[in-house]
Unconditional design. Structure first.
Lengths: 181, 248
């Protein structure tokens, strides 16, 4: 009977040990897989309204890539202008630093003005405050992939400065239209 | 996978049944089976939809292998025929990190959200009280008990989730799939192989299949229902246990 008692004891001890450590809280998070998105001040921003174009100007021999997204009262417009470009539907891959002339980013927020909601610049995305990286271009399927990040600085009449950080931006196989003028 | 397991169980039971019937007709009359009681412990294995982790299947239970233990007994009223009863606790776990991530990804897609955060708490915990007829075959020191039973399942809790979506104007509120607490019907088929350690003590290996239509699930604060929506959670398990039985 001693063996039986030992077996019983071990069985009950095992059950009690397994019964401990029970109440956990598990948190799972997932983010959108939309092809154009960024993180604005810590929140995911993935625009549903998108305009993506590459335009060749034969007079100036420039090619302009403009990617615009609007969502949740925020609007991002990125512009990259290539000089001495060729009239082809592709775009040069590379790292384009914001310089406020040929590489521009406009960051607008929606405000109520004269009874109407309009998008106005949040502040200034000045030279050196952002980058757009074009990592691949499929000129046949007309899809472009890249990343971006920048910050926008604004100040109110009291001189108080606020900075919006737009980080981890990406556009992945985003379709574009090509126009030659 | 599920049907293969069922086939294996029935094949095993059938072989054992035939072996006992073929070799042990006279022995039963010489050595009548005694009523008994005992206890057992082991593993509860979720099956089918209860085990499934498919976001798009509303019956998926995300059930886990867990602990089970309980008391069991049988009263023999005519030769090898008995009424058997058991009371069993079983735990089929909680959502793990992969499950919570999977649900969050599913809701993100279903609601076209920018982000979804799913917080999961609580776990499957039930006590089953089942009763039914039993027939016992015996050969030498071995006895095989086959039992079909039905009864009630007291559900103490099921996993609870709350979900927060980002950038979905139609669903700004945190919505809940509440933990269930209810008493529901359950059905079971059991095969137990007992080995006689002494005159009145048996070591018992036991396999019990359990099915229940399960409790209703309450969902709260869901302004629009897109994607996964669980309104009832069926249970489906096979419990494999070892224990000791004592003859009366």
């Amino acid at each position: 009977m001693n063996k039986l008692r030992l077996f019983t004891f071990l069985l009950l001890a095992g059950l009690l040990m397994i019964e401990s450590c029970k109440k956990d809280t598990i948190v799972g998070t997932a983010y959108t897989t939309k092809p154009f998105q960024a993180n604005i001040n810590g929140s995911v921003w993935a625009p549903d309204t998108i305009s993506n174009t590459i335009t060749y100007n034969s007079t100036n021999k420039t090619k302009t890539f403009v990617l615009e997204g609007t969502e949740a009262q925020k609007q991002v417009i990125m512009t990259v202008i290539l000089n001495n470009a060729s009239n082809t539907p592709g775009f040069a891959i590379g790292t384009y630093n914001v310089d406020a002339s040929s590489v521009l980013i406009n960051y607008n927020t929606q405000v109520l003005q004269n009874g109407q909601y309009v998008f106005l610049p949040h502040g200034t995305v000045s030279a050196g405050s952002g980058v757009i990286i074009v990592s691949s271009v499929d000129s046949v399927a007309k899809k472009i992939t890249g990343t971006f990040n920048f910050y926008s600085r604004s100040s109110d009449p009291n001189g108080d400065v606020t900075v919006d950080n737009i980080l981890g931006g990406e556009f992945t196989n985003l379709p574009y239209t090509f126009t030659s003028n | 996978m599920y049907s293969n397991n069922i086939k294996k169980i029935f094949t095993t039971i059938s072989i054992a049944f035939l072996a006992f019937v073929a070799t042990n007709v006279h022995a039963q009359d010489e050595n009548p089976v005694k009523s008994y009681f005992g206890f057992f412990g082991g593993v509860s294995n979720p099956m089918g939809d209860f085990k499934s982790t498919d976001y798009y299947n509303n019956k998926s239970g995300f059930g886990k292998r867990g602990l089970t233990y309980g008391l069991d007994g049988a009263f023999y009223f005519h030769k090898n025929w008995a009424i058997g009863a058991s009371i069993t606790y079983q735990d089929n776990g909680e959502l793990n990190q992969a499950n919570a991530d999977s649900l969050a990804a599913g809701y993100t897609n279903s609601y076209n959200a920018d982000q979804a955060t799913v917080t999961a708490t609580k776990r499957y915990q039930t006590v089953n009280i089942l009763l039914g007829p039993q027939y016992t075959f015996q050969k030498g020191k071995f006895l095989l008990d086959l039992r079909a039973s039905a009864g009630i399942i007291k559900v103490f809790s099921t996993p609870e989730t709350n979900t927060l979506l980002s950038d979905v104007p139609q669903q700004t509120a945190l919505f809940y799939q509440r933990s269930a607490s209810a008493t529901v019907l359950g059905y079971s088929g059991t095969a137990a192989l007992r080995y006689r350690l002494s005159e009145n003590v048996f070591l018992t290996l036991r396999g019990a299949y359990l099915y229940s239509p399960g409790p209703s699930i309450t969902n709260q604060y869901r302004d629009i229902s897109l994607g996964r929506l669980v309104t009832k959670q069926p249970f489906n398990t096979i419990n494999t246990t070892i224990g000791l039985n004592f003859g009366l």
